[in-house]
Design a protein around this ligand. Structure first.
Ligand SMILES: Nc1nc2c(c(=O)[nH]1)N[C@H]1C(S)=C(S)[C@@H](COP(=O)(O)O)O[C@H]1N2
Ligand SMILES: [Mo]
Length: 426
């Protein structure tokens, strides 16, 4: 983090503003909507998987985002915000499972609780967390495991995300391992459980009324995990987890618990609804299976936390919303990322994935960040073109051109395409 932003946060704490927390209704305030479909959907060469036709909706601290559902709140980031490597906080997507989300947190009484199988249980205040522990920053992509679920064939239930169920930010906070060391994790601990402030009648009732996610104590992803209080050098928007959230670089967003308030050392595997029933993937290569196998009832599954986010890349512009002038070069731009080691290569195809050339990578902002890329494309002819992009990560994983299928609608990372029309010379 920049020293400046940490200093200003400390000043903000010192000013007493911390006790006031944020106000403004964040819940069930379904505000101004624009029913105008997005250009990229209606354009001559539509790619409905970016954006779709959902209405724009405004929530506190947010720019108009695409409404997926409002109970719980799910808002998708429109495509143009992915033109920059860091997704603005006000445009960052939002995903909640439950209805009762906080619209203010009083930092004078709020405490993060470290409990369970620990030597010295701790209740730590926000300002102590900021002042008494070393601040660390990491650029990391937060992606919902169901991002792009709307592509699944056959369709699966769940939020029908286009590609905007993801975002990249610079997260600043305290290393989880350092916090754990300060309370002393006792032997016999197998998992750490994380829980936030939101509540509500969950799916299936039975103990699902608070989202709780757990990771193995020995999971190397926890070495990189932060308890974050800044997002792009500002306090977290309420809808993204104010005052703190867990950040687990490389893992899907479901583990990035918002409004984090309880960390528990467990002596046995967590069997709560959010681990044992929800967010499970087939225990197969790439989490792939078939509808028939899923229906058979014999499919063995594991929590999605057993895997890291597969490598993906996206074309952001051009978006197909207007004809491209013929005879002129086209600057194609996008982003790529992987939860499993940095992106090493991004390739561009002008012929629907038949032949590939290497694109130029942008600045390296760390292994978990969006990596921007660009390519100057000179269309050889007028008419319809389908361009494509694919990325390769440091482990040698390359995006497949075959779609994945599983009943949860998780792990989509097929090669992306964009149809375009190059205008005939006049
Ligand atoms: N407290 C809490 N944290 C949560 C969730 C939730 O419902 N409650 N949803 C998770 C899921 S499934 C995702 S994809 C991410 C989304 O993060 P965002 O809303 O900040 O974009 O938050 C995760 N953290
Ligand atoms: Mo998610």
């Amino acid at each position: 983090m920049t020293r400046l932003s940490r200093r200003s946060l400390l000043a903000w704490l010192g000013s007493g503003a911390a006790g006031l927390a944020f106000s403004g209704p964040a819940r069930a305030q379904v505000a101004r909507q624009a029913a105008t479909p997005l250009p990229s959907f209606t354009g001559p060469a539509a790619n409905p998987y970016w954006n779709g036709v959902n209405p724009f909706v405004s929530y506190p601290q947010k720019l108009p985002l695409l409404r997926m559902t409002d109970r719980g709140i799910q808002l998708e980031t429109p495509r143009p915000y992915f033109l920059t490597p860091f997704t603005p906080n006000a445009a960052f997507y939002v995903r909640y499972h439950l209805d009762l989300i906080p619209n203010a947190v009083d930092l004078s009484t709020w405490r993060l609780s470290l409990e369970g199988n620990v030597e010295r249980p701790l209740q730590i205040g926000f300002d102590e967390l900021v002042k008494n522990f070393k601040a660390v920053s990491v650029a990391a992509v937060n992606q919902c495991s169901g991002n792009s679920r709307s592509r699944f064939q056959p369709r699966v239930p769940g939020a029908q995300w286009g590609d905007g169920g993801m975002g990249n930010a610079r997260w600043t906070g305290v290393r989880l391992r350092e916090l754990l060391a300060s309370v002393g994790i006792k032997s016999g601990t197998v998992q750490l459980q994380f829980q936030g402030l939101d509540r509500g009648p969950g799916p299936e009732g039975k103990g699902a009324d608070a989202v709780m996610k757990s990771l193995d104590l020995t999971d190397p992803a926890l070495d990189d995990a932060l308890v974050a209080y800044l997002m792009n050098d500002e306090p977290l928007p309420m809808l993204n987890g104010f005052p703190i959230r867990l950040v687990v670089p490389g893992k899907f967003g479901v583990y990035w618990i918002k409004h984090l308030t309880w960390i528990r050392a467990l002596t046995r595997q967590d069997t709560n609804y959010w681990m044992a029933t929800a967010y499970r993937i087939p225990d197969t290569p790439d989490g792939n299976t078939t509808p028939a196998k899923a229906a058979s009832g014999t499919l063995k599954t594991v929590p999605i936390g057993h895997v890291r986010m597969p490598v993906r890349s996206f074309i952001v512009v051009p978006d197909g919303s207007s004809k491209l002038p013929s005879g002129l070069p086209v600057r194609v731009q996008g982003i790529a990322f992987s939860g499993d080691g940095p992106v090493m290569k991004v390739e561009f195809s002008e012929d629907d994935g038949q032949s590939w050339v290497e694109a130029t990578l942008g600045e390296d902002r760390g292994p978990y960040s969006f990596r921007t890329w660009e390519h100057t494309w000179r269309p050889s002819r007028a008419g319809k073109h389908v361009i494509a992009v694919r990325a390769t990560d440091a482990k040698g994983n390359v995006q497949p051109d075959a779609p994945v299928w599983n009943p949860g609608g998780y792990l989509w990372n097929r090669v992306e395409r964009q149809a375009l029309i190059v205008g005939a010379a006049s």
